[in-house]
Design a protein around this ligand. Sequence first.
Ligand SMILES: CC(C)(COP(=O)(O)OP(=O)(O)OC[C@H]1O[C@@H](n2cnc3c(N)ncnc32)[C@H](O)[C@@H]1OP(=O)(O)O)[C@@H](O)C(=O)NCCC(=O)NCCSC(=O)C[C@](C)(O)C(=O)O
Ligand SMILES: [Mg+2]
Length: 361
Amino acid sequence: MRSAKDFFAPLAVGAPTPVREIPARPSRAIHFFDPSNEKMAAKIPAMVGTVDVLLGNLEDAVKADNKVAAREGLVRIAQATDFGPTQLWTRINSLDSPWVLDDLTTLVPAIGEKLDVIMVPKVQGAEDIHYIDRLLAQLEAKAGITKPILIHAILETARGVANVEEICGASPRMQGLSLGPADLAADRKMKTTRVGGGHPGYLVRQDPPRAADGTNDINAARTTYQQDLWHYTIAKMVDACAMHGIYPYYGPFGDIADVVACEDQFRNAFLLGCVGTWSLHPKQIEIANRVFSPSVEDIKHARRVVAAMGDGTGAVMLDGKMEDDASLKQCLVLVALAEQLAAIDPNLKATYDAIELEEGA
Ligand SMILES: CC(C)(COP(=O)(O)OP(=O)(O)OC[C@H]1O[C@@H](n2cnc3c(N)ncnc32)[C@H](O)[C@@H]1OP(=O)(O)O)[C@@H](O)C(=O)NCCC(=O)NCCSC(=O)C[C@](C)(O)C(=O)O
Ligand SMILES: [Mg+2]
């Protein structure tokens, strides 16, 4: 374990000083593209400004034969594109793969100044983060990179989930975590065959009604309630991230056609504390942007509570409900998020500004 006083010292002579706080940059949708897919790659420059994060994916979903083309394609796109307010991330290959070392030694010197975050798949424990942390520092120092590249870990093994707290606290570069439901399901030996989302077999059934003779009528029709397979893991991620001042994200929803269930999963994650999710197809960006932006109703209510609470102490009644310091703090989370998003999204700013006008009228 590093001494607390050394935690924020660079891990290589000449590497940039680690950040003390992870910037709260909007990242409602992390949009995945395969830089070796020419049709997809051609669409990326025009997507700048329409999505918070563009992520060049080098790992799974890129064919083994295309790994080099994907890496080189990402370098070309990054060098040729002005990303403006949109962040550029990449997902490198896993640490045990034959490609990851070349991913890092190619990307950092070529586009290190443009890369905001490197997503590391299949992280098992703090040792994986320590390895990337030191290597990035060496590469940054060699290339003269001026701002540290941040690290995002995907939780997609049982060991990773068990070690989630030490992963979050392993480096000042840690930006956040995403759920990797497909690999995680396989590693845990869950009996599912999907990429994220629910399952009709994972349910709770209503108790049987009483029959006339006082016994349970187990043949009566009973409602079933589908449960969320991912609740435990997401909640665990959210706590670990909050504890370390970094950001939790949902992850992929593979049923691209089912936009309704996708929205439900995204909203569950938003309500539980996640700041964003992945988008695998352009149609998921709009869903993510909408779901991970506080609604007009929530902001209206939050601003009323802030106004009613005055100096922030005590308790007041609003619409028949008690509001106090703790509900005020929840409202301030929403108000702060709305302000961050309005700063980069003019449509949202206009929507939130209109609430103020309505209130002032
Ligand atoms: C699902 C696929 C195959 C459907 O691709 P398609 O071409 O069949 O779809 P489409 O509806 O026909 O596409 C319409 C248009 O949109 C384009 N397009 C389509 N997708 C994109 C995109 N992402 N970005 C930019 N453009 C895109 C596509 O090229 C096409 O262009 P066109 O109109 O000119 O013909 C395709 O969208 C895709 O490959 N998406 C990315 C998949 C991906 O990155 N998967 C890895 C992340 S999930 C994961 O790794 C799991 C995890 C965490 O590891 C774990 O749980 O363990
Ligand atoms: Mg995976």
